[in-house]
Design a protein around this ligand. Sequence first.
Ligand code: NAD
Length: 507
Amino acid sequence: MTSTISTIQHWSDGAEHPGASGSWADVTNPATGRVTGRVALADERDARHVIAAAAAAAPAWARTSLARRTQVVFAFRELLNARRDELAAIITAEHGKVHSDALGEVARGQEVVEFACGISHLLKGGATAGASTGVDVHSRRAPVGVVGIISPFNFPAMVPMWFFPIAIAAGNAVVLKPSEKDPSAAIWLARLWQEAGLPDGVFNVLQGDKVAVDALLTSPEVGAISFVGSTPVAEYVYETASRHGKRVQALGGAKNHMVVLPDADLDLAADAAVSAGYGSAGERCMAISVVVAVDPVADDLVARIADRTRTLAIGDGGRAATGDGREVDMGPLVTRAHRDRVASFVEAGEREGAKLVVDGRTTAARGAEDGFWLGPTLFDGVTPDMSVYTEEIFGPVLSVVRVSSYEEAIALVNGNAYGNGTAVFTNDGGAARRFEEDVEVGMIGVNVPVPVPVAYYSFGGWKRSLFGDTHAHGVEGVHFFTRGKVVTTRWIDPANRPAGGLDLGFP
Ligand code: NAD
């Protein structure tokens, strides 16, 4: 069989180019295991070239009227909405998530584009007449200039869209450094901006790995960094970019707990645990990876989760339907190395004494033999000292921890190093309210297992899930991509002229 290998390049000044580094990395289709493309890996020269394009375009874009900027963002929204299937297919081909899930990712990104269409309202400053005699005060917000966005493999379209619609609407120029594992979505988005009428140089894509990231973190021309990825890299990005004088928001990893209280509807809780644990093969920073079963629900809950888990169909998410006319539920893992790493956690869990209720290593996949398959896996009797509990696995492995009380559940959630998302399942409003108050986590679901905030709220965790103090999108996003100015004005009115004279006291 012949197959074409695509070439995925940088994008700056409104055009694709290979850069000068001569370095490339393979991009694979995880459902077939085949190499489908090669992506350019920037060296420092390539990075300087792309950043310079953004720096050259930024001043004119910052001066472009809000009316014009909003029109461009609206046009982008219309094109994205009309062509979302195309983008979803690109995501599935390089990431592996099923088509409907990829469409969901695009829809959540589009929400932020829609939020950014209201930038005129969001950038309104305050004004005070007569703060002192004849003195007025007003505030205004200016763009930062060039902003760098560094994104992970698991949401190649949505995560960049958490940031760039707001950054661009607010008058900044952007350099996006996507994951080298699924880099094509970024180029598709760049073309869409061009079609929407965005001036060349305002949206740029720098392909690459650590070398490209380091160039963004240290470049004097970059004013802000938005990063999303694993915790060790997030911490490194935060420290390095801060040291180089930039504002930084660096979102890291997660270990999200779902607490099931004794009064919960166990069928709904089991549905939620399976959907949130295995959706996108567990490769979501808001995936549920730990179910905390409060006595006496564990036996019943584990049985219901296990029954549902065994019904899931695993396969190539790019095919519209499987033989029986149904889209598969879960695709492959992103790379062979990641699949093997996740499988090694299953081995470790067994070794450390957790009870393996469903073993995904034996699940048959409806796809090519060389795909990076690992089926949904369920552990019961997990304890907080086991590696399946302490590590972010980022795969379809769900661990059930049994606790005897609400207090024990809260201590477990709050004792965890991460604080991205959590959920409580209960029909008791008082208990839910208490949970909301007690947990040290940024995003909380009440009978909602994946509580990703809507675009006009902000997304972000606590503790080792976020470095920096600004969450993504919503008003916090607008704040991050702009700098404030406060203007104090006194116009001399000849009819009411101040007395004048020298006064060296503090005004
Ligand atoms: P990753 O940290 O390996 O990579 C993220 C980005 O950093 C990529 O663009 C990559 O090229 C770059 N990078 C990788 N290693 C680097 C290094 N040593 N120095 C500089 N840059 C480097 O993450 P990933 O595997 O692509 O994504 C999965 C991780 O992202 C998980 O930990 C997941 O929880 C996290 N994530 C978090 C959120 C959130 O909102 N908190 C959202 C999505 C994903």
